[in-house]
Ligand binder design. Structure first.
Ligand code: ADP
Ligand code: MG
Length: 654
């Protein structure tokens, strides 16, 4: 039983207030078949929406089955809508792209958390559409669509059906069929309220209520209420079916529906996924690159031994006031320094090194590479005995022989597949003979250690680089434990030899042991990788904003769908879940594809450039979690927006 008492509803239109309902008092008994008539704009639809719980009155009370509507929460209203009420709209409001049977089953999604189609098929059979079960709404005539809508209104076994001009968009033969269906339903005890402006339709009902300017002007009984079914028609609000699916199954169903929805808009889905894909891919790949470089540096330095010290000039001027012309020069190392340091106790060996960049030419091929001038101690200290040919001798160093040992990259670039041994090349236009091939060392981070040429120290200093000093002196202690003692003595000896001024003693020379070098290189590789990953993370953020954009468009586009879902009983949380699931599906799929992309690109990168990479499980897990979080965070706003729409406003949206 429905009771309206002193109900008012007004709309503000610019400066005008339109009174759509004015002091409406109305009681509708169970089992009645009521038509509401009146000219256009008289408030019929507004009344119907209030009765059907799609809209709320400004003032007055509405009681349905003893429940005062204004006292009910939004979710309680949703439960009432799906348990007690069936709504039939003039514009049918079917969802496109899903079958008739699925359209009919939609309310079940909200009443029991699943969409079994059996009952939907039976109902479609009853309204005469047994042969149209799989058709989409755009493949059906208006009359057929309205019968699908009637079947949908019936699926939850409502006690009342509201129909707002259900035949308004139909031809006269369809009109007859629909009226037949409705009066049959009434005979089964279902209360029916129908809006119409056609007198002939009103005459087929049991009671005609006429409206004008928002007020009821007449109320006429045409036929008595048939009480035979009244027991069954008794309103009950404990209408929740017993068989409600578990939350997990419901979520699974939402997931399934979300996926279908995303597949319908393939291009749009792919585009919004692209942002996440690139973001996750870039983050994982960058971290893999950093980790790979770090690993390589560690491996390589570990093999060098921890008793090695590297001496370089500091950034300090030498000479006192007495030697004015020396001011401005940096402390330069000399070959003689390396000989003197060899005499320091606990030092096993020293090696002087010069380095530089040169152009190497063979026939018509030329290549830019780095060059090292070293002594014969080098191959043992650096584990770099030639894999083919030989190293140079002390004799060749003393006589500044023009002989060279080449790294693998240099050989590949200028010799290709040819055997380089014995060939003559030009280094900075000076002719050299190739006498050996260096062992392959691989990359240390982005630095290719095979892209180098080694020549005798004296040859490099005098013939190629024009230096009378050396760049680096490597000092090998007798044991790792001796390193600390050696360090102090080396600095003392060097300061004495170079007459370093009192207050420059600490910064005159740079002496580092391999452990420090390793730490410095590894940390700079990590810093680089973190920096790159940070930039990549920004693209993830942009990807998230992309998802939000797409979801917002989707919410706007599907406003009517949201309205319809609410009208058939969706709670706010149902709508929220639906849109959140879609956002998360996009970002999780994007994340997974991004991880695949990262894997492929690191493999390709390593193959092409030889840079070492290592994808860590942690970075994959992080990227995955992060992309899911992006979907969640950026999906929440549009999803909330969708869930907050009042049903009737959403349905009216064009
Ligand atoms: P009917 O269904 O009898 O044609 P309605 O109930 O739809 O009439 O509308 C009653 C009055 O309220 C009309 O004057 C209409 O213009 C106005 N109205 C209805 N809905 C709105 C709305 N959302 N905003 C402003 N005015 C509205
Ligand atoms: Mg209307």
């Amino acid at each position: 039983m429905l009771i309206l008492s002193h109900v008012h509803k007004a709309y503000q239109m610019g400066d005008n207030v339109i009174h759509a309902l004015q002091d409406v008092n109305l009681t509708i008994e169970s089992g009645d078949f009521v038509s509401i008539m009146g000219p256009s704009g008289s408030g019929k639809s507004t009344l119907m929406h209030v009765l059907g719980l799609l809209d709320v009155p400004d003032s007055g009370t509405y009681t349905i089955a003893g429940l005062e509507v204004s006292q009910q929460s939004e979710d309680e209203l949703a439960v009432l809508r799906r348990g007690v009420i069936g709504f039939i709209f003039q514009q049918f409001n079917l969802l496109p792209r899903i079958s008739a049977a699925e359209n009919v089953a939609i309310p079940l999604l909200y009443s029991q958390g699943s969409m079994p189609l059996e009952r939907a098929r039976v109902l479609l059979q009853q309204v005469g559409l047994g042969n149209r079960l799989e058709h989409h709404s755009n493949e059906m005539s208006g009359g057929q669509q309205q019968r699908v809508a009637i079947a949908r209104a019936l699926i939850n076994q409502p006690k009342i059906i509201f129909a707002d001009e259900p035949t308004g968009n139909l031809d006269s033969s369809s009109e007859k069929e629909i009226m037949q269906v409705l009066s049959d339903l009434n005979k089964q005890g279902i209360t029916i309220v129908i809006v119409t402006h056609e007198e002939s339709i009103g005459q087929q009902t049991k009671r005609i209520i006429r409206m004008l300017d928002g007020a009821i002007v007449s109320d006429e009984r045409l036929a008595p209420i048939d009480n035979t079914h009244l027991k069954m028609a008794e309103l009950s609000t404990t209408a929740e079916p017993a068989q409600v699916q578990s939350k997990f199954k419901q979520l699974l169903l939402h997931f399934n529906l979300g996926l279908r929805n995303l597949l319908i808009n393939k291009v749009r889905t792919a585009l919004s996924m692209l942002g996440i894909l690139i973001g996750v891919g870039a983050v994982v790949a960058m971290l893999a690159l950093g980790r790979g470089a770090q690993n390589a540096i560690e491996d390589q330095l570990a093999s060098l031994g921890s008793n090695l010290l590297v001496l370089r000039p500091g950034a300090v001027r030498i000479g006192g006031a007495a030697v004015q012309e020396e001011v401005g020069k940096v402390t330069r190392l000399t070959f003689e320094d390396s000989l003197a340091l060899r005499e320091v106790p606990l030092v096993r060996e020293t090696a002087a090194i010069v380095d530089g960049h040169v152009q190497v030419v063979y026939l018509n091929r030329n290549w830019h590479t780095s060059i090292l001038g070293v002594t014969t101690a080098y191959p043992r200290m650096h584990n770099a005995n030639p894999v083919a040919g030989r190293f140079f001798t002390d004799e060749e160093n003393l006589t500044r022989s023009r002989v060279a040992i080449l790294g693998a990259t240099v050989i590949r670039e200028i010799f290709g597949d040819r055997n380089p041994l014995g060939e003559f090349i030009k280094i900075n236009r000076v002719s050299f003979q190739v006498i050996g091939v260096l062992p392959t060392k691989g990359h240390a981070g982005p630095q290719d250690q095979d892209n180098r040429v080694i020549v005798p120290l004296n040859t490099a200093m005098r013939r190629l680089l024009g230096k009378n000093y050396v760049d680096i002196i490597e000092i090998e202690a007798v044991s790792p434990e001796a390193v600390a003692k050696v360090e102090d003595v080396v600095i003392q000896v060097m300061n004495a030899r170079h007459h370093v001024r009192e207050n420059d003693l600490d910064s005159s020379f740079q002496l580092r042991n391999m452990a420090e070098v390793q730490a410095a290189m590894a940390s700079s590789a990590t810093t680089m990788a973190v920096l790159l990953a940070f930039i990549a993370a920004i693209s993830l953020l942009v990807g998230g904003i992309g998802i939000m954009n797409i979801m917002l468009v989707s919410v706007t586009e599907r406003t009517r769908e949201i309205g319809l879902r609410k009208a058939v009983g969706a709670k706010r949380s149902d709508i929220l879940t639906q849109f959140l699931v879609e956002a998360i599906v996009i970002s999780v799929m994007g994340g997974v594809l991004g991880i695949v992309l990262a894997w492929v690109s690191t493999v390709v990168l390593t193959t092409i450039t030889g840079w070492p990479t290592a994808i860590s499980f942690l970075s994959v897990a992080l990227a995955f979690l992060f992309s899911t979080a992006v979907g969640l965070v950026f999906g929440i706003y549009p999803a909330r927006k969708a869930s907050k729409l009042p049903p009737i406003e959403a349905l009216r949206y064009e």
